[in-house]
Write a protein that binds this ligand. Structure first.
Ligand SMILES: *[C@@H]1O[C@H](CO)[C@@H](O)[C@H](O)[C@H]1NC(C)=O
Ligand SMILES: *[C@@H]1O[C@H](CO)[C@@H](O)[C@H](O)[C@H]1NC(C)=O
Ligand SMILES: *[C@@H]1O[C@H](CO)[C@@H](O)[C@H](O)[C@H]1NC(C)=O
Ligand SMILES: *[C@@H]1O[C@H](CO)[C@@H](O)[C@H](O)[C@H]1NC(C)=O
Ligand SMILES: *[C@@H]1O[C@H](CO)[C@@H](O)[C@H](O)[C@H]1NC(C)=O
Ligand SMILES: *[C@@H]1O[C@H](CO)[C@@H](O)[C@H](O)[C@H]1NC(C)=O
Ligand SMILES: *[C@@H]1O[C@H](CO)[C@@H](O)[C@H](O)[C@H]1NC(C)=O
Length: 419
């Protein structure tokens, strides 16, 4: 292990400076504040650790190897979560949950950079590990959706050759490491780019951790907890290969045993935080203690994501996939050894009609990765307020009517007593 630059934030320092970023302050809608705090604060105390002491650490590689390794360590009273993100090979994350506040990550760079990296990444003590898995972002996909008449039904268009994300050059994440927001960005472009498609463009993976629950200001405003971290994938300025190019991402993960993780769609009647999106897609690794990936099936074609720039995001079913057909991730092999139980799926963003990447050469999509039960959206304060007014008005009329009758009766009886 070599030199280390780190940034930490604790629950206490968050109270002073973090509030404006993702505290409760954002959805202080007057009297709704108390209601929202009651609604959101109560369940988290029961489900996982309510707050964690989160530190982000860039672990530098051997001199001469420009490789990024980000270690997010989130410590709670009884547990530690480790998220190890790296652009060594294709962008990937290894997530490990332990049942002690004292577990540590150990990196052997000479092993990790060798052709057989098995054992180059360890979380110690080993017997404290309750759950571990990984996600690998293997390929950026591009489809031509101009002529849908000759396209297979399950494809968004005719595929162009994909960009292998293992063959990207990634920036130095130390430069974008932000201790205040617990975030950093892996920004990359293809090493070989004969058509100069990425001359003015890049693909970015912004990783953000959280020391407590909340909701970001930016769409799709996924509800996060201290047990999660968020990934925002953004494609900006790259020249598409056709006039109607749709983009996608191929994602690989590890199955638990012979089975692939399950994909579930959860419906909601509440769309306040992501307009017109009534669904939450989830990938679940199995029974608890386990992990999850969660996202709204929406991407955005403008930086200020709103209804008019919302694109549908479609996820293909997960299929067991042979490891050799995927770009190899050294950090996954370093932690898990030579695994064969990979599963993969494709995410595609947009449709042949409606807004698209072609509008502004911009595309963004977000997901949450975490351990424990996925955060559940309760009805938002606004919707509850509307319901309260809707249900409350007739109640008030009845109550008011009753009072009037009571008073009339009283007046009547007063008259009688005078008579
Ligand atoms: C990244 O930047 C930091 C600080 O500027 C520097 O210490 C480190 O060596 C750089 N890493 C690589 C791989 O170039
Ligand atoms: C921590 O673990 C101990 C023993 O397993 C348990 O009694 C205690 O309630 C746990 N504390 C929290 C905050 O979960
Ligand atoms: C790191 O891995 C190399 C093999 O790649 C091994 O020779 C060396 O002893 C390891 N270092 C430590 C500290 O375990
Ligand atoms: C679309 O594909 C069909 C079938 O291959 C072809 O007949 C038609 O001319 C194509 N349209 C355009 C606009 O390329
Ligand atoms: C990149 O941007 C420059 C300046 O804005 C422009 O001249 C050039 O044509 C662009 N290249 C590509 C491939 O879009
Ligand atoms: C894209 O659109 C332009 C202008 O509408 C047209 O000239 C060009 O042939 C189109 N390119 C493709 C690949 O369809
Ligand atoms: C994703 O889409 C590409 C292009 O259509 C295809 O080659 C690849 O097999 C797909 N991957 C999965 C896991 O479905």
């Amino acid at each position: 292990m070599t030199d280390v630059s780190s940034a930490s934030s604790t629950y206490c320092s968050m109270c002073d400076c973090g509030e404006s970023h993702w505290g409760w302050g954002q959805y202080a809608r007057g009297p709704m504040l108390l209601l929202s705090q009651l609604l959101f604060a109560a369940p988290f105390g029961l489900l996982g650790e309510e707050t964690r002491q989160v530190s982000l650490e860039v672990i530098h590689s051997l001199p001469g190897f420009p490789q990024n390794l980000l270690h997010i360590r989130a410590v709670g009273t009884n547990s530690t979560l480790h998220y190890v993100w790296s652009s060594l090979g294709p962008p990937a994350v290894v997530l490990v949950a332990t049942n002690t506040p004292h577990s540590v990550l150990s990196v052997n760079w000479s092993c990790l950079l060798s052709p057989e990296p098995d054992g180059g990444l360890l979380v110690l003590p080993k017997d404290s590990i309750q759950f571990s898995s990984a996600l690998v972002f293997t390929r950026l996909l591009e489809f031509d959706s101009t002529n849908m008449s000759e396209v297979a039904a399950d494809l968004p268009g005719i595929p162009y050759p994909p960009y292998s994300l293992a063959k990207f050059f990634w920036n130095n994440i130390t430069d974008s490491l932000d201790p205040a927001t617990l975030s950093t960005t892996f920004r990359g472009h293809p090493v070989h780019d004969p058509n100069k498609a990425f001359a003015n463009g890049s693909l970015a993976f912004k990783v953000q951790a959280f020391s407590r629950s909340g909701r970001p200001a930016q769409s799709p405003r996924l509800l996060h907890t201290a047990d999660t971290c968020q990934l925002e994938v953004t494609l900006v300025g790259a020249s598409p290969r056709g006039n109607h190019s749709l983009f996608g991402l191929e994602v690989a993960t590890l199955g638990q045993g012979p089975d692939c993780p399950s994909m579930r769609k959860q419906h909601s009647i509440d769309d306040e935080y992501a307009p017109a999106v009534f669904q939450l897609d989830q990938l679940l690794w199995g029974s608890l203690p386990s992990g999850f990936v969660q996202w709204r099936p929406v991407a955005f074609s403008k930086k200020q994501g709103g209804r008019e720039s919302a694109l549908p995001c479609h996820a293909s079913p997960l299929h067991p996939t042979l490891a050799y057909s995927l770009p190899k991730s050294p950090i996954v092999q370093a932690f898990f050894g030579s695994q064969s139980n990979f599963c993969a799926f494709n995410l595609t963003f947009g449709a042949s009609t409606g807004p698209g990447y072609w509008d502004q050469h911009y595309l963004s999509w977000s997901m949450l990765l975490g351990v424990g039960p996925p955060p559940v959206d309760s009805l938002s304060p606004l919707v509850l307020g509307i319901m309260a007014v809707a249900l409350g008005a007739p109640g008030l009329v009845l109550l008011g009517g009753g009072l009037v009758l009571l008073l009339r009766h009283k007046q009547y009886s007063d008259y009688q007593s005078i008579n």
